[in-house]
Design a binder for this molecule. Structure first.
Ligand SMILES: C[S@@+](CC[C@H](N)C(=O)[O-])C[C@H]1O[C@@H](n2cnc3c(N)ncnc32)[C@H](O)[C@@H]1O
Length: 207
């Protein structure tokens, strides 16, 4: 299982060392690397590589994405790893109503929350899907200091619509921290990426 994590470059597809280091941290210090018996929901699973990684670590995984075409590629990825019995890919149209409540040990997403229009409502939905004590692991692009933002703009000028670029803001991080217990954030400076981890409260608040 440890060997799979050495291949994060493959499973994470893009983003490089910053994203991989933070994800390694999440596995080593929060999720563990033996996920047998766990149910994982990946939101925005796209081509399914991370979904397959969770399955190869022993979990049963549902990957949802609003984009139906990518799910076909994700199914081929699962076939490649002979993980079809452990993964289910579903086209879900922006909300989580088709997913059963209180049924996941882990909800994972990478570079998705920035695209969610009503983040506060979405986070509450995510919380409903978790079992009590269930964990979230979210990875998002952050803006970083102004000089870095400008450097990134110049570097990507030709291939990136800078004006359209969206980053996860500190206000949005705060929203996540208010919904989940035991919230921990770790960040990477260059390029700026943030890892958010937390848990659904074990006992629901009677108020
Ligand atoms: C930037 S891509 C990231 C894909 C993948 N997580 C990765 O890191 O390569 C964002 C993905 O999230 C999907 N998406 C956006 N909003 C979503 C939502 N509310 N529910 C499920 N998927 C969503 C998009 O269709 C897209 O595939």
């Amino acid at each position: 299982m440890g060997r799979l994590l050495q291949d994060l470059d493959y499973f994470m597809e893009w983003g490089g060392r910053s994203w991989q280091s933070l994800m390694s941290y999440a596995f080593e210090h929060f999720l563990g690397t033996d996920l047998r018996g766990q149910q994982v929901l990946e939101i925005g699973s796209r081509y399914g590589k991370m979904t397959c990684l969770f399955a190869l670590l022993g979990a049963k995984v549902i990957g949802i994405d609003t984009e139906g075409k990518s799910l076909l590629i994700a199914q081929q990825e699962a076939a490649k790893w002979k993980a079809e019995d452990a993964v289910l890919f579903i086209k879900a149209g922006g909300d989580l109503s088709i997913i059963k409540d209180n049924s996941f040990d882990v909800v994972f997403s990478k570079s998705v929350l920035v695209m969610v229009p009503d983040l506060a409502g979405f986070l509450e939905e995510v919380k409903q899907k978790l079992k009590p004590g269930g964990k979230i692991v979210f990875l998002e692009n952050a803006k970083g200091p102004r000089w870095l933002h400008l450097l990134r703009a110049v570097r990507h000028m030709r291939k990136w619509d800078y004006a359209q670029a969206r980053y996860f803001t500190s206000q949005e991080v705060k929203m996540v921290s208010q919904v989940f217990d035991e919230f921990v954030m770790r960040s990477w400076m260059f390029p700026p990426v943030i890892l958010m981890m937390g848990c659904k409260p074990k006992v629901s608040n009677p108020l």
